[in-house]
Write a protein that binds this ligand. Structure first.
Ligand SMILES: *Cc1c(COP(=O)(O)O)cnc(C)c1O
Length: 362
């Protein structure tokens, strides 16, 4: 079976992990600081605060801008559940607006429509889904005009660029995940980036029990600190990130060149002026999905369905009283399939994926 995701770990990781073990510094340590510095420099943000996961990074970013009881945050209905859940963790209220059919991201038009209708919305939480940057120019203009905060969920977009600038450098804060299926990994892990010193300091306190000074607790914080072991992996993976992304882009190109003429599917759209880093290679089907998925399974091609239902249609959200339907997002939730695109694929793997997909119903 060709897996849908596979981390690539090597000598660098092995060596650095052994160094950490030998040093005995397992929790906070010099690699954590170094990783925060290198990663924030790479993305183009002044401050980096590492965390235990992408989820905890999102939760803390929202706390840092003061999201609390009943505060409304606008986000996409088409993402991993953690995006919207992070708003719930702060006792805030997620609000959703529809996405674009081609990019899978929320659109400036829909964001603006929602902000016009509801002046209680305090922040916008965008997701660069599958590694494709949102329409940043128009989104930044809207945030300025309506005076709302912007948080970027970059959990799928390490190294993605919008007009030559890396995503994660646009928002008031941005959040990354280093889960093993992402474009780079630390096992579990996450990072918050910002250019704002005060917000950085806030995040730093929230992830460490509200402490600035030792054992003086100024607010209700958490233990969301990254470990030295995770950071050691992160330093190695960051060195390889551009190479990994290049492979993803080449793999996606090969798949699109060979699949674009097939009538029962649509290959991913590539807008101009962006670098799409293909966390996922997601096609849209024009045929019934279950049969196609069964064909992939039988033929040894792994796949993912990201995501089979929108967030407001999840049982948790239904129970909370959400039941919103979205024309585009609900339709896409029924039609998307992600094929393997990760950097560990061989040429034979890629050819097999193409031939298995092409041979469906022939
Ligand atoms: C993976 C992911 C997260 C959560 O990251 P974890 O490290 O798994 O907690 C959040 N948002 C999106 C869009 C993701 O893909």
């Amino acid at each position: 079976m060709i897996p849908i995701a596979k981390p690539i770990l090597g000598e660098c990781e092995r060596k650095k992990i052994m160094e950490v073990l030998d040093s005995g510094v397992l929790a906070l340590g010099s690699y954590v600081e170094k990783f925060e510095k290198r990663f924030s420099e790479y993305i183009g943000a002044r401050y980096g605060v590492s965390t235990t996961s992408g989820t905890s990074a999102l939760c803390i970013a929202l706390k840092a801008i003061g999201i609390g009881e009943e505060d409304r945050v606008l986000t996409t209905p088409f993402s991993f559940i953690a995006t919207a859940n992070s708003i719930l963790y702060c006792n805030g209220r997620p609000e959703f607006c529809d996405i674009d059919e081609e990019t899978f991201n929320i659109t400036p038009e829909n964001i603006e429509e929602k902000l016009c209708q509801d002046d209680r919305i305090k922040a916008l939480l965008i997701v660069h889904l599958y590694g494709l940057p949102c329409d940043m120019k128009r989104i930044l203009r809207i945030c300025r005009e309506y005076k709302i905060r912007l948080i970027e969920d970059c959990a799928q977009a390490h190294g993605a660029e919008y007009r030559g600038r890396r995503v994660g450098s646009f928002g008031d804060l941005s959040c990354f995940s280093f889960y093993p299926t992402k474009n780079m990994t630390t096992g579990e892990g996450g990072m918050i980036l910002t250019n704002n010193e005060e917000l950085a300091e806030n995040c730093r306190m929230y992830i460490n029990h509200g402490m600035r000074e030792r054992y003086r607790h100024e607010m209700l914080g958490f233990n969301y600190r990254m470990t030295n072991l995770q950071a050691a992996l992160g330093l190695c993976q960051l060195e390889k990130l551009d190479g990994f992304n290049e492979r993803r882009i080449q793999n996606a190109k090969f798949l699109s060149e060979n699949l674009e003429l097939i009538e029962f599917l649509e290959t991913p759209h590539l807008p101009r002026n962006v670098k799409h880093v293909f966390h996922q290679y997601t096609i849209k089907l024009n045929v019934e999905r279950d049969g196609f998925l069964e064909h992939l399974s039988r033929s040894g091609v792994g796949y993912g369905v990201y995501y089979p239902r929108t967030i407001p249609q999840q049982p948790l959200y239904r129970k909370l009283g959400y039941d919103e339907k979205f024309k585009i997002a609900d339709d896409l939730a029924k039609r998307v399939v992600s094929l393997p695109v990760h950097p560990a694929l061989s040429e034979e793997d890629l050819e097999k994926i193409v031939s298995v997909v092409s041979n469906y119903r022939k």
